[in-house]
Structure formats: C-alpha cells, structure tokens
Ligand binder design. Structure first.
Ligand SMILES: [Zn+2]
Length: 461
C-alpha cells in the first residue's frame, strides 16, 4: 500500500452632505498588531516553501503596482505602521487569492487570467486587504481562545494547500482553528466587502468591479466549488449591498482596463498552462529527487504483540494498537506498522502489514460517496487496486460505518495484499478512515487484530 500525503463590527451610518458611506470598525481582537505580523510572516514563509511563487518580473511588478495603489489609500485609522504589505503571484490555475495577518498577500495566476479588467483583480485584492487591515484573521482566531498561537500558525498551510491535519483540524472544530486566518464569518465578509469598496473608490477603481469578480469566481466549477467562496462566504446579498455602497462612492472616470493589465494577461498566455494547486503541491515537503520513488520496505515482520498501547491524535481520536507497532506520522495521517513492514520516503509511506488512520475533508457527501472518493484517491498511488464485492455495514465507536475489502498488489513485495477499509463520518461530515493492510496469505490471521484495533477507536470531537 502506497500512501502519499498529498465581534461583531460596529457599523455606523454616517451622513455627510447627503453621502452615506458605511463605516467599518475592526472587531475585538486578543492579539497585538505585532503578533499579526509575526503569525503572518511564519505562514507566508511556509506558503513560499510550498507554493510556486512566480519569479517573473513582469507579473510580480504588475501585482505589486495594483497592491501598492490600494495600500496607499488605507484610511488613517486602519493603518498599522508595523504591517508589511507584500503581493505575490502563485503559478496555479484555480481562481483564488489569500492574505495573511500583517500584510502578505498571494494571488493565484488563475485569478489574473480569469479577470476581465484590472478593476476585477483590484476588487479581490481590495477585499483581501480589508481583511488584513481590519485584522479579521486574528479576530477570528481570538474566538478560538483555547488554542495556542503556534498551533494556529502551523495549521494555516494545511488549509491553503487543501490537505494535512491543519485542514482536518480547521474542519473539525467549532471555531475554524486552522483556517482561522483564511476562512471568515459572513459578518467579516460583509465588512471586507464594504471596506474593500471604499479602498477601490479611493484608489480610483469602480467598486462594482469587485462584485463583478465575485460573479466570475462563482461561475468557476470544480469539486466543492471555488475555494475562494468557501473561505469568503457570500453573506447573501453581496451584490446588492456592494452596488448600493458604490452609489455613495463617487468615482469619476474609474480605472477599469489598463495597458499594464493587458500586458500581464498577454504575458501569462505565452506561458505553459498553470498546474492545479494539487499538482503543484504534490511533492511539497518531500526531499528533492525523491519524487515518485517508492519507499523501500525491508521485509522480516514480527507477529503483532498481544499487548496493546493507546495512542491519541490531538483532539481528534484515540486508538489502541499492538505494542510492537511503530507509529509513522505523515502530515495528514498516522500509520502503525511493525518493523520490517514499512518504509518511508519523504511524505510517502509504504506498508505491507499495519493500519493507517486519517481524516479526509468532506463537506456534502454521504458515507458511501465519501468512501468511493477515498478509494479513488487510493487508486491513484496503487494502480492495481480493485474492489471486492465485500462491503459491510459495521459500527465503530457506536456509529454507523462501512467496511470495504479491496485487493492490491504490493509495490514492496510484488505480492497480492488485502486492504480492509473502514470509514465513518464525523459530526462535521468529514470522513474518518482506517486502512488496514496484510498480505493475501496472512490476512485471515491479521483480521482479528484489525477488529480489535477498530473496536478501540474513540472519536474525541
Ligand atoms: Zn473575505
């Protein structure tokens, strides 16, 4: 089995000379502005290590010029002298952008390619910049008071690249821990839309272009819909209030299309098509040169010990496993296997005997379809994987679960193996899974061990 890891804001209506512009105030926040900078810089460094930031001068300079234009008009009461605003383009296809506390902003190449005008690019950036200057990331994190700052920073990247415990944790807690910096409440969204429209107008753009870009993003398909919209949920009447606000913001002769925008788009068109984020981050964290190489598995395997030890994964789950099984952590799962039955290479773990536990992000599917999706993803690293007709309804931790048996050819031994996959849904809909593996010839003797392990599972959600 090869496994690769892939406060409410105060809104005051302010009437002056017949103009009514909604005034937006930052929400309560337990962090200092200096902490915003520190957390944002940590997460940005991680993002730069993992995501393909475009070094191309033409594109870098362009996005910086649009960003600078917006930064220059930040209202005095929302200026934070310690903030450092940076603007970088990520060479991936999805229409997305994110900004981190204290100023770092990353705009996907797909966003620039999808925009119809510079005003639309500026619209998303003005919205993102508003979250930064209103300090929404740490305001959101302030709600998750029981967690340490370091944990929050560490969990950010998982939610950016769409995998790992960070994402799981962010999905698994009430407070949106991991995605605290990136996933906002509808209330914060509305504030960022309105503040963003003010920045747009002050910088000489038509604020309605922000609403236009949101519509472009909405049209983007793909599984689960655009990431940007799940991080920035539509409060419901987004277009109505942005357009209403725009009428209060007079912009004479707004900047829409520019020559620089056209040149940037033309430049991107000449490049090879951008990869998806998943393709671009597949090998992230793996040592250079090991990409695609199978992890070596030595061979001699001791029988499972009859005494068990308990293992707890954060606030997610607890399980008991044979004492002589080692634990092998990857960024989104944990595998227990005896010596001689596993090998690791970068982020990839191969095991011939043992069990892996993980939690997969799942928002809207039922247990059967979530299980089918997981099997499809397993098949990507295991081309010989096939289903058997054996699918049982079982119960794990007193919940409804599915047990599916699969056949595979082990990459390590080149012999047949059987995989017992157990899946169940967590309260938030995410998929909790266990992948138990043993060679064909030994499966019947390992089955009792797998049963005992599964019966020990406790969810801590
Ligand atoms: Zn937002």
């Amino acid at each position: 089995m090869n496994r690769s890891a892939a406060a409410s804001a105060i809104c005051l209506l302010w009437i002056a000379g017949g103009m009514a512009q909604t005034r937006i105030a930052p929400p309560p926040n337990n962090y200092s502005a200096a902490q915003d900078v520190e957390l944002g810089q940590q997460a940005a460094a991680e993002a730069r290590r993992t995501l393909p930031v475009m070094p191309d001068e033409e594109i870098a300079a362009y996005i910086q010029s649009v960003g600078r234009r917006l930064v220059d008009v930040i209202p005095p009461d929302l200026r934070h002298p310690e903030f450092r605003y940076t603007f970088e383009v990520v060479n991936v296809r999805e229409i997305n952008a994110f900004a981190l506390p204290g100023g770092p902003m990353f705009v996907n190449r797909g966003m620039i390619e999808a925009a119809h005008t510079e005003g639309e690019v500026a619209g998303v950036m003005a919205h993102e910049l508003s979250h930064v200057i209103l300090r929404h990331g740490t305001a959101q994190a302030s709600k998750a008071t029981k967690y340490e700052i370091g944990q929050i920073a560490g969990a950010v990247l998982g939610s950016i690249i769409g995998g790992g415990w960070g994402q799981v944790i962010s999905q698994g807690t009430q407070f949106g821990l991991g995605a605290a910096f990136l996933r906002f409440s509808r209330e914060f969204e509305r504030d960022a839309d309105l503040e963003g429209s003010h920045l747009m107008a002050s910088a000489g753009y038509d604020p309605r272009d922000m609403a236009n870009m949101f519509k472009t993003i909405e049209k983007q398909g793909g599984p689960g819909g655009p990431q940007w919209l799940s991080d920035h949920p539509n409060p419901g009447d987004r277009y109505t209030y942005i357009n209403a606000e725009s009428q209060q913001l007079r912009v004479a002769d707004p900047i829409r299309d520019t020559r620089a925008f056209q040149q940037a788009q033309a430049y991107l068109k000449r490049l090879p098509r951008a990869p998806t984020t998943e393709e671009a981050t597949k090998n992230a964290g793996r040592p250079a040169g090991t990409s695609g190489r199978r992890a070596p598995v030595p061979g001699r395997v001791e029988a499972p010990s009859s005494s068990y030890r308990s293992y707890t994964e954060g606030n997610l789950f607890r399980v008991s496993v044979p004492e002589n099984w080692q634990e092998i952590q990857s960024n989104s799962s944990v595998t227990f296997a005896p010596d001689g039955a596993y090998g690791t290479s970068g982020n990839q773990t191969t095991f011939t005997h043992g069990i892996e536990f993980g939690i997969g992000r799942n928002e809207s599917h039922d247990l059967q379809s979530a299980t089918d999706e997981l099997i499809q993803s397993l098949a990507q690293g295991n081309p010989d994987l096939t289903r058997t007709s054996s699918v049982d309804r079982i119960s794990i931790a007193n919940r409804r679960a599915l047990r599916t048996l699969l056949r595979n050819r082990s990459d390590a031994s080149d012999r047949g193996e059987i995989i017992e996959l157990a899946t169940m849904q967590m309260r938030n809909g995410n998929l909790f899974y266990a992948i138990a593996v043993a060679p064909d010839s030994q499966f019947s003797s390992y089955r009792g061990v797998f049963d005992r392990i599964l019966s020990s599972v406790q969810l801590l959600e």
